[in-house]
Design a protein around this ligand. Structure first.
Ligand SMILES: Cc1cc2nc3c(=O)[nH]c(=O)nc-3n(C[C@H](O)[C@H](O)[C@H](O)COP(=O)(O)O)c2cc1C
Length: 191
């Protein structure tokens, strides 16, 4: 698949087939690839914690906020929850302030790597970092950036043009619609 198609097919998936675990080999391959992403001043402050066991996942899941626009209806049900979480954190001794751009690059790269292998996921920024830190039992110098929730997607997602609202929505069959702005709105000019 060309990268153009990969980016398009890499939607924010929030419903998964929970019977399908992500092989540890794939997880290692994806994390290995994250060594090569760009980093401001080449500081490479990012650190990762993987939440993999069923028991840890069950404790981790309630800490995350899902699909705010769907007002509770977008939270994955039992059986359709992610099977792997990667917490993207950073070493606060290397980067005292949040290295937000590095974190964003890592999150999107991870989503694309997973998608290329037939999996998918969703970036989660809605959580209380202190609760995440407590559960992960990490050192004080671990700052929490983003969570990437991953699994085998089990939902239909369609991209639609923005007509009024940018809020995503679902129909009665559960298809998830994501309004995206037209290129003509995004691309201001070429000098
Ligand atoms: C920085 C960031 C934080 C996000 N946080 C959440 C979140 O907490 N919960 C959630 O369900 N989705 C979250 N998302 C996913 C967005 O809702 C999603 O990207 C958006 O609806 C567009 O859908 P798409 O990714 O399929 O294009 C986040 C995305 C980004 C980039």
């Amino acid at each position: 698949m060309h990268i153009q198609e990969l980016v398009k097919s890499s939607r924010s998936f929030r419903r998964f087939d929970e019977r399908v675990e992500i092989p540890e080999k794939k997880q290692r391959k994806w994390l290995e690839a994250l060594r090569y992403i760009p980093s401001a001043r080449n500081l490479q402050p990012l650190r990762y914690v993987v939440v993999r066991s069923f028991e840890a996942r069950e404790r981790f899941f309630p800490l995350l906020g899902w699909a705010a626009y769907l007002k509770g209806k977008g939270t994955p049900q039992q059986g359709e929850r992610p099977t792997l979480y990667v917490v993207i954190g950073y070493d606060t001794r290397l980067s005292p302030s949040l290295p937000a751009i590095d974190i964003g690059i890592a999150a999107q790269t991870l989503l694309l790597l997973a998608r290329a292998d037939g999996y998918g996921g969703c970036v989660i920024g809605s959580f209380d970092p202190e609760k995440i830190k407590n559960l992960l039992e990490v050192d004080d110098h671990f700052g929490v950036g983003l969570v990437v929730a991953l699994g085998k997607p089990k939902e239909k997602i369609k991209i639609v043009p923005v007509t009024g609202s940018i809020e995503y929505y679902r129909d009665e069959k559960g298809t998830h619609y994501v309004p995206k702005r037209a290129l003509s709105e995004l691309w201001i000019k070429t000098l």
